[in-house]
Design a binder for this molecule. Structure first.
Ligand code: ZN
Length: 335
């Protein structure tokens, strides 16, 4: 069944960012024009560089419109012609986030926004439907979007990267929130950059620059968002579909650790997992959409205090019915 989009697709304004700061999505404040539009973090940058006390944000991953049907039919390559379940789940996620008090500082989606790969059927329709659902995120909660393998293709090309940028915004960028440096990365460049070596090189150079800022400890914390986890449990685990290869993961992890990055948030696994490597917390969050394990459809609440970053995964039902638990909220009161 073809899904019908209720609202016109989002404006395809090109990102203005050219390499130092990024763009993120916000939503129009007027009910009559609830279409997502991109803003730039440059506007809020000056007052966000300083630590002003604890805050929290929400992390989600893999709404992946279309995977549940594709998985159920065993045809993950060209299946996925329905995504009504993912629409309902993502609507529930958006409603749960909108209900939270106080407001999360931002809502980040760590990739695989939709299931249909570049150049395959249903991509346009899935994108339009997801944009319609995300347009309902409250206008004072910035929405940060990360690119996944289904968004860019397993081996991205300059064309698929450009398409992502036009549809969703930059594929890598940084922003500051309350004294915390946040780096959004395109992990496909570490998975297979054979068709876009120059783009990979550009991200690597940019990342080194950004990490030198983090390394000078000009931030309270530095954290990373990317789609594919560096590892699922252990830095020495074997390579598989869901992690980055051993040589890449070790090189990237060492670089992040040296710069003082303390957490990497990811998705892609459709299960909760994670582990630590030196001072780095590798966080793997299950999906808003299709589950491949025993976890529930859910979101992760991440509390950032002066000293630490504490996070907990909530099912969508739990988060929308009960909100965030007192112990986590208590951390927000610490000075
Ligand atoms: Zn993925």
């Amino acid at each position: 069944m073809k899904q019908v989009s209720m609202l016109p697709a989002a404006s395809l304004e090109r990102p203005t960012w050219q390499g130092t700061e990024g763009s993120f999505w916000s939503t129009a404040s007027k009910e009559s024009s609830r279409q997502p539009h991109k803003c730039t973090w440059k506007q809020i940058l000056p007052r966000e560089r300083e630590w002003k006390g604890p805050f929290y944000f929400i992390q989600g991953a893999d709404p992946q419109f279309g995977l549940m049907k594709a998985w159920s039919t065993g045809n993950c390559d060209s299946g996925g012609d329905e995504w009504g379940q993912e629409i309902r789940l993502t609507e529930q996620a958006v409603q749960a986030v909108n209900k939270l008090k106080p407001r999360p500082r931002f809502f980040v989606l760590c990739g695989d926004l939709i299931h249909a790969m570049p150049g395959t059927p249903w991509r346009k329709e899935q994108t339009a439907d997801l944009q319609r659902v995300l347009a309902r995120v409250d206008s004072d909660i910035p929405l940060v979007l990360v690119s996944g393998n289904h968004d860019l293709g397993n081996a991205p090309t300059p064309e698929t990267v450009a398409e992502f940028q036009q549809t969703w915004g930059d594929d890598y960028f940084s922003f500051w929130v309350g004294g915390v440096l946040c780096l959004v990365l395109n992990s496909q460049f570490w998975y297979d950059a054979s068709r876009c070596p120059a783009l990979k090189q550009a991200q690597d150079q940019w990342l080194d620059q950004q990490l030198s800022i983090a390394g000078q400890r000009e931030c309270q914390h530095a954290i990373v968002f990317q789609h594919i986890p560096l590892f699922l449990q252990n830095i020495d685990e074997d390579d598989d579909y869901f992690n980055l290869t051993k040589s890449v993961r070790r090189e990237v992890a060492d670089k992040l650790v040296r710069a003082g990055v303390t957490a990497v948030f990811s998705g892609h696994y459709h299960r909760n997992a994670g582990g630590t490597y030196q001072n780095l917390d590798m966080v793997v969050s299950s999906a808003i959409g299709c589950q491949l394990g025993q976890d529930t459809h859910g979101l992760r609440v991440v509390v950032v205090t002066a000293e630490k970053i504490v996070h907990r995964y909530y099912s969508l039902d739990e988060l929308s019915e009960k909100g965030i638990e007192d112990d986590l909220m208590g951390l927000m009161k610490e000075k």
